[in-house]
Design a protein around this ligand. Structure first.
Ligand SMILES: [Zn+2]
Length: 169
């Protein structure tokens, strides 16, 4: 989907419901990584725009990369500027947990991207390279998919705002 920001809606909602357990950065990064493919083929004017990255395999790879990359950057910042990000514990024992959270958020981003895009774009082959075709395309109208993503985002934003205002009191 070249409309990458639509994918951020569900992430924002999960984030507001789960708080620090869910990392928004790897979620967003995975979605952006996957849509770089669409941008590239749009730029090259070569159809189909959705290819290998737009498969569950591609989504998982993008999720792992985004999760590992975010974790690496977070660890680097924690080392160079200790105390810069308060949410990063300094204890070594918590690193596996942080890595797990980062990878999980990346995978949720990557896999949800493929699922949502496969509802809208008939050219996507979600089970590449194991199977061809896309059974889900057209099952739900594209407008409904986009609208629900926006609503997810708005709902997430409202919950966040409410919590923010409550904490400020
Ligand atoms: Zn996409």
């Amino acid at each position: 989907m070249p409309f990458t920001p639509f994918h951020f809606g569900p992430g924002l909602l999960i984030k507001t419901l789960t708080g620090r357990m869910f990392w928004l950065t790897p979620f967003v990064t995975a979605n952006v990584l996957i849509d770089v493919e669409v941008l590239y083929y749009l730029w090259m004017r070569s159809r189909p725009f959705h290819r290998y990255a737009h498969s569950y395999l591609g989504g998982i790879v993008a999720g792992l990369l985004a999760g590992a990359g975010t974790f690496a950057v977070a660890m680097f910042v924690a080392r160079v500027w200790p105390g810069r990000w308060s949410f990063l514990p300094t204890a070594k024992s918590s690193k596996p947990l942080l890595l797990f959270q980062s990878i999980t958020a990346g995978l949720v981003g990557g896999i949800s991207h493929i699922f949502l895009d496969s509802l809208v774009h008939a050219e996507i082959e979600p089970f590449w390279p194991f199977a061809t075709g896309n059974e889900l395309a057209g099952l739900v109208s594209g407008r409904i998919v986009y609208l629900s993503l926006v609503l997810f985002g708005l709902l997430g934003g409202c919950i966040w705002l409410q919590e923010y205002l409550a904490a400020d009191r």
